[in-house]
Design a protein around this ligand. Structure first.
Ligand code: PMP
Ligand code: GLN
Length: 398
């Protein structure tokens, strides 16, 4: 038989699914895959349930329900001062994942270079490759994950078609500094390059930080594709409702890709998300403040246990250096030990690299109930204490 496509053939199952399966198998507390353990607002869910019963449950318009496209345009104005025409500049997708796939399929031609920033979210690389693009990787490193502007300049070539950024950034918890966004904008303008901005964590910035979409930087409005997700904004990750904001000449081909990928997204979920995006400011600040308190809770606890906790300015992920624990093994091995022996699942950060990954970082997801975070910390504490005690006892016996 002829070979299947090499981009996907032989790819492992995603690290998120892998860790979730292991967590179930070992009865572990799952701080691996990124999903909240409490469903989002009841009124939003009620709206979806009512819409399901009231109908219609038939294909909604291909670009999305007008009310949701209007709500996305209104959110762009309300949160970032962006003027967006809902009819020509907004499209609803089945999650940010579909939005990314549509965008890459629509913008790339074979041989186009796409700049990706490592550590990178897992779907970027295969999607870029399958769309015919050539990934050009640029790395940010802990603890500050700052972009090296010289290296960024070097990454842009005459073949660069797009740069894909994730801001705030999973798993680094990095929020791009204004100067970094300005440098990206300058280079996009100089080289005639598109920016694809995965901003699914746009409402999860901490310590008073405000999200600044690259699209809002001068000159970027016409060349940026901005992607959001109701999964993160409303703690409803299973709904897979995403949205794209882009200038009409970009949205048009992206919509052509969408029409042959999913064509539409369930109408009742769209109606509910439209309602959700209209919620008053307290909802959005409340979400952020709750998450910040959870960040503080888990980071404090992990530090006390000896993890080298890195700063987390946004997202719902805390990255930790495991080297200070003094346990033999790399991040993947230690995650496996942790899920099996401690009963806590995390994610090895090396999974976010293509090659030459650092092997001493693991990621904890903290969008969990306080009691769950506390229980996980307690399990980790007991596990680490046992490991510390065992060799001492042996030494004593000898
Ligand atoms: N981008 C990033 C950076 C993510 O962390 C996620 C996952 N949660 C997604 C995209 C996918 O979002 P969605 O579930 O809306 O497809
Ligand atoms: N984005 C989530 C994470 O980073 C996972 C989503 C998925 O499993 N595809 O953990």
């Amino acid at each position: 038989m002829k070979p299947t496509n090499p981009v996907f053939t032989g790819l492992p199952i995603t690290i998120f699914e892998t860790m979730s399966r292991l967590a179930i198998a070992h009865g572990a507390i799952n701080l691996g895959q990124g999903f909240p353990d409490v469903d989002g607002p009841e009124d939003v869910r009620r709206m979806a349930a009512d819409a399901l019963m009231a109908g219609p449950n038939q294909y909604p318009p291909m670009l999305g329900l007008p009310e949701l496209r209007q709500a996305v345009a209104a959110s762009n104005k309300r949160f970032y001062g962006l003027d967006v025409d809902w009819q020509t500049e907004v499209m609803v997708t089945s999650g940010a994942t579909e939005a990314l796939a549509d965008t890459l399929m629509a913008l790339l031609e074979p041989g186009d270079e796409v700049i990706l920033i490592e550590p990178l979210y897992d779907c970027y690389l295969p999607m870029v490759k399958r769309a015919g693009g050539i990934p050009v990787r640029l790395r940010v490193t802990p603890p500050d994950w700052r972009l090296n502007i010289r290296a960024l300049e070097d990454a842009f070539t005459e073949n660069t078609k797009a740069i894909l950024i994730n801001n705030p950034m999973n798993p680094a918890g990095k929020v791009f500094a204004v100067e970094e966004l300005e440098a990206i904008a300058r280079l996009c303008l100089e080289h005639g390059v598109y920016a694809i901005c995965d901003e699914v964590y746009e409402h999860l910035l901490f310590d008073g930080r405000e999200h600044l979409p690259l699209m809002a930087i001068e000159g970027m409005r016409e060349r940026t594709v901005r992607i959001g997700s109701a999964g993160k904004t409303f703690s409803l990750t299973g709904w897979k409702v995403g949205y794209i904001t882009a200038a009409p000449n970009l949205l048009e081909p992206i919509a052509k890709a969408h029409q042959f990928v999913t064509f539409t997204t369930p109408p009742n979920l769209q109606r509910a998300v439209a309602y959700g995006l209209g919620k008053d400011g307290n909802y959005f600040t409340g979400l952020r403040d709750d998450m910040q308190a959870k960040r503080d809770r888990i980071c404090r606890g992990l530090s006390a246990l000896g993890f080298g906790v890195l700063p987390c300015d946004g997202t719902y992920f805390a990255t930790c250096d495991i080297a200070p624990l003094g346990i033999d093994g790399d991040d993947a091995e230690i995650c496996r030990l942790m899920v099996e022996d401690a009963g806590v699942a995390a994610v090895p950060v090396s999974a976010f690299y293509v090659a030459d990954a650092p092997t001493n970082y693991i990621r904890f997801c903290f969008c969990k109930q306080d009691a769950v975070i506390d229980a996980a910390l307690e399990r980790l504490g007991a596990w680490l204490a046992n490991r510390a005690v065992a060799p001492v006892a042996l030494a004593g016996e000898a």
